[in-house]
Design a protein around this ligand. Structure first.
Ligand SMILES: *Cc1c(COP(=O)(O)O)cnc(C)c1O
Length: 381
């Protein structure tokens, strides 16, 4: 029997280990010079002269972004149904109302007609998700909004590195803010972590202030500036969302490796697409030639008249292969049922029982990739 293969494994090695060891030996483990260097390198990486603000999760980053833009009670924020709960939960965290809309059948990204139909006088922001790392066309989103003053926030948890109509995701050419996740199975990881990118200096400043208790300068400054080290002033009821130097040191190594890890995932995706092309399943949509997908997830969809998803996942497990489901759409969760009815998200509802994700991570060997594809064919029976 072959060794069981987990659905996902972070790609961390000796370089990350020694970067962490250096931080631990330095005696400074929380937010400091590593975090700052990571922010600068990240901003350079995505381009667009953005400022990058490191936080301890994408959820924290999205919350800070909404908070910094002054979104709150009485405001509506449009989010896609096909996403992780955090995309909608942060809207509740600031006291606003998430308006959950349907998705496109091919990409499972937000459907722009559904989005346009959901716009009201109260719409203050739209959070788009680049599902699996395939960018949503932000120029088309902008065109659909027209000249209304609505903030555009990218939940870019899947999208490092990725390029769409607006250039590199994170450069914010057509958005106000983009937020990345460095959770354990995201495209780069810091254990847990996230990064806010924005071209707006005022939003960046507020996010920096609120990520660490609303203190007017962060702990590191206190030890390096000329003011007495004990002095600080609290000017807002802030949060505790800062990234540690231990995480940032891992992130700096991961960022340098981001493109080579993406290339490996792309290679695996292309193998799956050719090996599974004639199977009775729906494969990921084609990517426009001048775009680049982060290939965070490989999502396939079963046919409604074919093998049942539970059965398929069970068969994969019997063959020693972990799978996952991205996502159980929001409308299927108890928390969001009162916000959205299945009939208002017909596409998401029609796909909700069909989608599943198969392993696609940079540490997979060619042998493992072939084994997964063969197991899929076998499970389809
Ligand atoms: C993982 C994920 C998040 C949350 O990221 P954290 O860093 O775990 O907070 C948000 N949105 C989407 C689409 C995700 O996949």
């Amino acid at each position: 029997m072959l060794k069981p293969m987990p659905f996902a494994v972070p790609d961390l090695g000796e370089e990350e280990i020694s970067a962490v060891a250096d931080v631990v030996r330095s005696g400074w483990v929380t937010s400091g010079s590593q975090m700052r260097a990571f922010e600068t390198e990240f901003a350079d990486y995505v381009g667009g002269d953005v400022q990058a603000i490191a936080v301890n999760s994408a959820t924290a980053g999205l919350h800070l972004a909404l908070d910094a833009m002054g979104i709150g009670p009485g405001d509506e924020v449009i989010v896609p149904d096909w996403t992780f709960t955090a995309t909608a939960a942060v809207v509740c965290h600031v006291g606003a109302t998430p308006i959950i809309v349907d998705v496109d059948r091919d990409t499972l990204n937000m459907d722009l007609e559904a989005m346009a139909a959901a716009l009201t006088e109260r719409t203050k922001a739209i959070i788009v998700v680049h599902f699996t790392g395939l960018p949503l066309d932000l120029k088309a989103v902008r065109a659909a909004i027209g000249d209304r003053e609505i903030a555009l926030i990218e939940d870019a948890a899947h999208a490092l590195p990725a390029t769409g109509t607006s250039g590199r995701v994170g450069s914010c050419a057509d958005s106000d803010v983009a937020v990345f996740s460095f959770g354990p199975i995201k495209t780069i990881t810091t254990g847990e972590g996230g990064m806010i990118c924005t071209r707006h200096a005022d939003i960046a400043e507020k996010c920096r202030l609120m990520r660490l208790h609303g203190i007017d300068r962060d702990a590191f400054d206190r030890y390096t500036s000329s003011r007495p080290s004990w002095f600080y002033d609290v000017i807002a009821p802030g949060y505790k969302y800062n990234m540690t130097d231990i995480s940032a040191a891992i992130g700096r190594v991961q960022l340098r490796r981001a493109e080579s890890m993406r290339l490996r995932r792309e290679e695996i995706a292309n193998y799956y697409i050719s090996a599974l092309g004639d199977q009775p399943i729906v494969l990921p949509p084609a990517i426009p030639s001048d775009w680049c997908s982060a290939w965070h997830l490989f999502v396939l969809r079963l046919r409604p008249d074919g093998v049942d998803r539970n059965q398929f996942i069970g068969s994969m497990a019997e063959q020693g292969i972990g799978t996952s489901v991205h996502f159980i759409p929001l409308h299927r969760h108890d928390q969001w049922k009162s916000h959205v009815s299945p009939s208002s998200v017909p596409v998401a509802e029609s796909q909700a029982d069909l989608a599943l994700s198969i392993p696609m991570y940079s540490r997979m060997t060619d042998e493992q990739v072939e084994r997964v594809a063969a197991a899929v064919i076998n499970a389809l029976g």
